[in-house]
Design a protein around this ligand. Structure first.
Ligand code: GLN
Length: 219
């Protein structure tokens, strides 16, 4: 028996496997539906932690940006001195998932926002804030979500944005299936950054979070 075979036999497999199996995923906890994401991430096999400070951001494998109010979160990112550290981690390839306000924050360019709102340029896309208009500003629908099995996905939209321009490197994962906004892009992925206009954290359908946790694990 050679040496490497011996060390393989005695390796404490569980300890070595653990960090890769349960990645530490931060939830940006400045405002919005933080608790919902924490609960779903836990069910999907990640270790969720709240992120409010640069040191907490530095310690996570990936980050979820929750729904809420994007201009408020933008302001708080500056107050909590997280804006630049977050941009830097995204530039370095940290996986991220933004739902609704989180999608807005991850955009390159945002339409119908406040002139002083900051964005993170995590995805090469233009997003229109509050895009669905008054009549249907909140609604639910079933949609096809590329790359996940199990049939149509229930999607809850709450004063949601849509993606008005997706760059060449951006994969479109879902569109509104019917109605006045039929065809509008509502889920995208660029590399390991994922964004949905809707809120998969509130429906009990965990497929988007599972996709994200798998993507983090694969890295
Ligand atoms: N309309 C909100 C915004 O502009 C987003 C709404 C949401 O996250 N549910 O930030």
């Amino acid at each position: 028996m050679n040496e490497s075979a011996v060390s393989r036999d005695t390796r404490p497999e569980v300890d070595l496997a653990r960090p890769a199996d349960r990645p530490t995923i931060g939830v940006l906890a400045l405002q919005g539906d933080v608790r919902e994401h924490v609960a779903v991430l836990d069910l999907c096999g990640a270790d969720p932690v709240l992120v409010r400070r640069p040191a907490e951001l530095a310690a996570v494998d990936a980050l979820v940006l929750p729904g809420g109010e994007s201009t408020t979160i933008s302001k708080l990112l500056q107050v909590f001195e997280l804006l630049e550290p977050l941009r830097e981690r995204l530039r370095d390839g940290m996986p991220a998932f933004g739902s609704c306000a989180g999608m807005i924050l991850l955009a390159d360019e945002v339409l119908d926002t406040r002139p002083d709102a900051e964005h993170l340029s995590g995805i090469d896309m233009t997003v229109r804030r509050n895009a669905f208009g008054r009549q249907v500003d909140s609604f639910e629908t079933d949609l096809e979500f590329a790359g996940v099995d199990g049939g149509p996905m229930r999607a809850v939209f709450i004063r949601a944005p849509w993606v008005e321009r997706a760059g060449a490197g951006v994969e479109v994962l879902a569109r509104v299936p019917s109605g006045p906004a039929a065809g509008r892009i509502v889920a995208v992925r660029q590399g390991c950054v994922l964004a949905t206009s809707f809120h998969p954290e509130v429906t009990g359908d965990h497929r988007v979070h599972r996709l994200f946790v798998d993507l983090v694990r694969d890295r």
